[in-house]
Write a protein that binds this ligand. Structure first.
Ligand SMILES: CC(C)=CCNc1ncnc2c1ncn2[C@@H]1O[C@H](COP(=O)(O)O)[C@@H](O)[C@H]1O
Length: 276
């Protein structure tokens, strides 16, 4: 906050409750030392050093614009599944082939493939989708060590903010397929499972691919978290673990089809009630 060094302002009013100079800025009340020395119009019309561009209110507008750009770019995507996985696993690794295969199966099932647009298994999935003739989407993130969008992304959107990008992964996908990975992958996995556990999204399938890689985590979730009552009895069952890419895609698409059926039913029930 700036402008708090003075106690005189033109649009100040006396507040009898506290008998102190008061300045109202929308929903924000400022008193005493915090009353700005200049009016909002003065500040808008005056010249300054441009520091306001780095202020939080301005940041909010940038965040808003990321949502608008993202929604605009992805609105017509059609059915899609988000695929997560390590940025560090390279071509030639068996898990790379898994990423490509999962994406190919998704395209064959009529789904677009959304990834983080980066290297590693994101690139494997984008490659699989691109080469199968499907829609290959990359939701990139601006990082200090810029890697750029992988070459197999056909529709790419770059985000400055992780949380805006995460919204897109959920909003435009019918489910998540999670390949082996590190902190980034775990972050995306636990974000998704929290949304399902808390009922923020309904019937959102989350399928982990690679039983050898994931079984240690699943055992720990069951033994430590579930036994201590830190998660519900059935919460760990929200995660399905498979080895076969085709099976992963079957599980996701079956759940998506079921959700679509329920939504159609709810819509026709609502229409029938409206007609009565
Ligand atoms: C080599 C390297 C660190 C590149 C970073 N470049 C990245 N570009 C795009 N998304 C990323 C990147 N790093 C992490 N992510 C996000 O986090 C996940 C991978 O993180 P991790 O490697 O498992 O932890 C991906 O699903 C992706 O959404």
């Amino acid at each position: 906050m700036t402008d708090h060094t003075t106690n005189h302002t033109t649009d100040r009013t006396a507040d009898p409750a506290v008998d102190r100079p008061t300045h109202q800025r929308g929903p924000v009340t400022l008193r005493g030392q915090l009353v700005p020395a200049t009016t909002t119009d003065e500040r808008l019309l005056g010249t300054d050093d441009g520091a306001w561009v780095h202020s939080d209110p301005w940041r909010v507008l940038r965040i808003q614009s990321e949502f608008v750009e993202g929604f605009g770019a992805l609105a017509d995507l059609g059915p899609a599944v988000s695929v997560f996985g390590s940025a560090r696993i390279r071509e030639g690794d068996p898990e790379w082939a898994l990423g490509e295969a999962v994406a190919r199966e998704l395209v064959d099932a009529g789904y677009a493939v959304i990834t983080g647009g980066g290297p590693g298994l994101m690139e494997a999935a984008n490659k699989g989708a691109h080469e199968a003739g499907g829609v290959s989407v990359g939701l990139g993130i601006e990082l200090p060590f810029e890697q750029g969008m992988n070459p197999y992304v056909d529709l790419g959107v770059n985000f400055r903010y992780f949380f805006v990008r995460k919204t897109m992964f959920v909003k435009y996908a019918s489910g998540f397929i999670v390949l082996p990975g590190g902190f980034g992958t775990l972050d995306e996995l636990f974000e998704a499972i929290t949304l399902v556990q808390t009922g923020k999204v309904r019937q959102f399938p989350i399928v982990l691919v690679g039983t050898a890689f994931w079984s240690g985590l699943i055992d720990w979730l069951r033994s430590t978290l579930r036994e201590r009552g830190l998660v519900g009895t059935h919460d760990v069952d929200l995660l399905q673990v498979v080895d076969d890419p085709a099976e992963a895609v079957r599980l996701v698409t079956r759940a998506a089809a079921e959700l679509a059926r329920q939504e159609r039913e709810a819509t026709s029930e609502a229409a029938a009630e409206g007609a009565e």
